[in-house]
Write a protein that binds this ligand. Sequence first.
Ligand code: TRP
Ligand code: SF4
Length: 510
Amino acid sequence: MTRDTDHNTGAAGETDATTLDPWGSSTIADYRKLFEEFGIEEFDELLADVENPHYLMRRGVIFGHRDYRAVLDAMAAGKPTAALSGFMPTGDPHIGHKLVFDEIIWHQQQGADAYALIADLEAHAARGLSWEEIDEHARDYLLSLLALGFDPEAGELYRQSENRGLQDLAFELGIKANFSELENIYGFDGETDVSHMQSVVTQMADILYPQLDEPKPTVIPVGPDQDPHVRLARDLAARMRFFGVTKAFASFEASGDELELLGAAHGALSADDGDTVRCEDAAAWLREHGNPDDDGFGSVVAKLDSAGKEPLEPRVRFVDRNATKEAFEALIEAVEGEKRVYDEHIDSFDLTREEAEALAREVELDNGGYGFYAPSSIYHRFMTGLTGGKMSSSIPASHISLLDDPQDGYDKVKSATTGGRSTAEEQRRLGGEADKCPVYELYAYLLAADDDAFAKKVYDECVGGERLCGGCKEQAAELMKEFLEDHQEKRAEVEHLLKDADIELVSSRR
Ligand code: TRP
Ligand code: SF4
């Protein structure tokens, strides 16, 4: 497998391609590129619509998403939702993982079904860990998750290797993905081992697993390096669907741009009188009133011309994608009101799009399909390493493990690099660079917890030159020590929860 490591060197001015590699480096040179090149959406745009947002959302640590509105809307309407994330047990859980633990727990507290899984198949296949090592780390991840507030009674914990339903789903999803696709997405090649590929379909199954008992909007909180997985899972979810639901105006299919033009023509012509609007009339209307430079203009006029006298009438269309014959027949039966049945689609003239989507899902479920919603995701920023550069589990001084001795945590913060100036005098004059400071990140991502006023005070005092790095680090180090003491105490207290939790702590593969 080839790995593009160019993006490790994020030197200014360099034209480095941002690549998202789930098994490669996890630094992001430029978050803006994720919006422009990968189509991740900005979280800020929906922050105002989040009820009771988590501080990681308020502070921009969670910066991006895909289709998260679907989850927010369902949560606001009191409908079922789920949140799921997974952890490769390759080392100690650290403060980067805590972000994800917190995100899962927050969703659980907002009423979502919460899932956390141990990606042991992936750790075994893609990282070569033994089952003994995996068991040891898995236990540590789970204890920290419980210590931070995950409710194991309300939520579900599992490990990939012991979950037969998950593995069955992975097998089914694998039917819809082929090698060329994995090659394109992940850079797999002829050397990539088959179990590594299998761990990909297993992750696809993880992402859709919460929908096995009932389809529901599901959010996957992860780092942006996992976005390739999210995109593939969204595609696979759609490919599994029996029916697509689209809008149409006549027997032909139309793109989004074309639909807009058709809507305009239909609106104008149907307002005139009660007569049937015909495709040729719409073509004539568009020639007269439309703008030939509009996207879709030429193609839609041509389609209207060839449809001639066919009536132009808005409708929702059910397209047969993957349905069995029985399911298609059942859908024909189920569509109420005026409808027209074709070989591979059904047009309904009375249903709204929402009604049609609900009906398509219902018929799919009744006929043995899954009815998946495309999964949503939210993305958090990676923390900068305490030594500058990236936070890496292979460089102990760069990160703080949740298992670190509190005094070591204290010491690591004390020796962290900062965004400070070279002299105290300069710092008072120019202020510190909080935006480039790993210590400030510790406050914002962890130490200030829910206290926005405190995080803001640190920031303002730093950039205002009132705060000097020595004292600032001392305070952060002290808070880190307290956090670790407290967290480790809680880990000890939740041992019994882990013992009672419905998850195997010892792999049956050992
Ligand atoms: N691949 C993820 C990692 O590298 C772990 C993982 C497995 C995961 N299955 C998942 C993450 C499902 C989110 C959702 O850490
Ligand atoms: Fe960082 Fe604190 Fe120094 Fe500001 S004062 S640069 S936040 S260590």
